[in-house]
Design a protein around this ligand. Structure first.
Ligand SMILES: NC(=O)c1ccc[n+]([C@@H]2O[C@H](COP(=O)([O-])OP(=O)(O)OC[C@H]3O[C@@H](n4cnc5c(N)ncnc54)[C@H](O)[C@@H]3O)[C@@H](O)[C@H]2O)c1
Length: 366
């Protein structure tokens, strides 16, 4: 056990700055290096954290030899960064969701972790929110009776939001294994985004404990009118024989059980969610038995579900898990998604997905 773990953070955008700040404030870490290809961001971060700086992650990490290699670049970069982290001798690699953009990359990344023995942590940090934890506590108490359904919806698109929805619904379902999925998707607009996604995807998950998972992301997902901030329009919860409990990312929690209705406050907040997330990294480095809640294997199980949903949406039918054979699921969606305008669940979504409330237009038969 070290008094202070040395950390390198790569990608000093929004999330990189959050991570570096949380490590710096914790007391168990020293931010020894920061990296970005954007010189202005790099200089600002190096000055703020008093760390060595570099535009080349491999060079910087090789020089400063971190215990924790953290990267918060956009999702296209995963395998390369994990290779660099392993090469640098880091004992733990922390990175942002999604695990990868396709199963080809995801499977390669998993192999790197398995073969190297390096610990991996993926940032699904919403789960530390008091309202998320309250719902978990109600479900775990048995107050819902026999849980038969876990569900999650988000207005944001898949590569941004599905990773979160699946992670928290799996958590609410005791991290049960998934056996198969089936999905539908619509709208090609966001396939060209940096988080490439169908405009709308909805799917079912069969869990080994018999619980049904239902997830929806994007243009057609139901509005959460209780929440104003668009990115926090997410409803995640569980239903059982005796009631339900659910969290709204930007709007507290509520439950109805045999004891009556109850509710409470809470809103997703990076400043509150990051400290426990980075604390668990030190705990896991200190003691192998204290496995991080957001450990890579758990995140990978959720990632596999997301990729299986894409395969089903692209080519139809049920898709069994675990996945076999590596594929580029985004390419598969590009090949199969019809060029028909997505329909919206609420005009509020028009800003991101276009005015889809009019009649669908068949632009071309594929
Ligand atoms: N967990 C969450 O709640 C949450 C919230 C928002 C975003 N994210 C995820 O975080 C990741 C980053 O998102 P962001 O909003 O911080 O993006 P951002 O664009 O603000 O930051 C990314 C940074 O990476 C830098 N970069 C790109 N390539 C690089 C390279 N090769 N070497 C070094 N730096 C490089 C860019 O210059 C940029 O500064 C994404 O995967 C996104 O999905 C997670």
């Amino acid at each position: 056990m070290k008094a202070k773990y040395r950390v390198v953070v790569v990608g000093m955008g929004k999330r990189g700055m959050h991570h570096a700040q949380a490590f710096q404030s914790n007391g168990r870490y020293e931010v020894v290096g920061v990296c970005d290809i954007d010189p202005a961001r790099l200089d600002a971060a190096a000055a703020k954290f008093g760390a060595a700086k570099g535009t080349n992650a491999l060079q910087l990490a090789t020089e400063v030899k971190p215990d924790v290699f953290c990267f918060c670049t956009l999702p296209r970069l995963r395998r390369e960064m994990i290779r660099i982290g392993i090469k640098s001798g880091a004992r733990l690699i922390a990175f942002e969701k999604p695990v990868a953009l396709d199963s080809c990359e995801g499977m390669a990344v998993r192999k790197l972790f398995t073969e190297s023995g390096v610990k991996g942590v993926v940032s699904h940090q919403h789960r530390y929110g008091e309202h998320y934890r309250k719902v978990k506590e109600i479900i775990a108490s048995g107050a819902l009776g026999r849980v038969h359904t876990v569900y999650g919806t988000a207005s944001g698109w898949m590569m941004h939001m599905m990773s979160h929805l699946i992670d928290y619904t799996r958590w609410y379902n005791g991290e049960a294994e998934a056996q198969w999925v089936m999905a539908q998707a619509a709208g090609r607009g966001k396939l060209s985004d940096l988080h490439p996604s169908p405009d709308y995807i909805a799917g079912f998950i069969q869990y080994a404990n018999g619980v049904r998972g239902i997830v929806e992301c994007g243009a057609g997902a139901p509005d959460v009118p209780e929440v104003d901030y668009w990115w926090r329009k997410c409803r995640i919860g569980a239903q059982g024989t005796d009631g339900f409990a659910e969290v709204l990312t930007g709007g507290g929690w509520r439950a109805v059980t045999k004891l009556g209705a109850s509710s409470g406050t809470g809103c997703m907040n990076y400043d509150l969610d990051m400290p426990p997330y980075v604390q668990e990294i030190a705990d896991w480095l200190d003691d192998d038995r204290k496995v991080h809640s957001c450990n890579f294997e758990s995140a990978y199980a959720g990632f596999e579900i997301m990729m299986a949903l894409c395969r089903s949406a692209a080519t139809g039918g049920q898709v069994a898990l675990p996945l076999t054979g590596a594929l580029d699921e985004v390419e598969l969606l590009r090949d199969h998604l019809v060029e028909r305008r997505v329909l919206l669940s609420t005009p509020v979504n028009a800003k991101e997905y276009g005015a889809g409330s009019e009649e669908p237009v068949l632009l071309a038969a594929r």
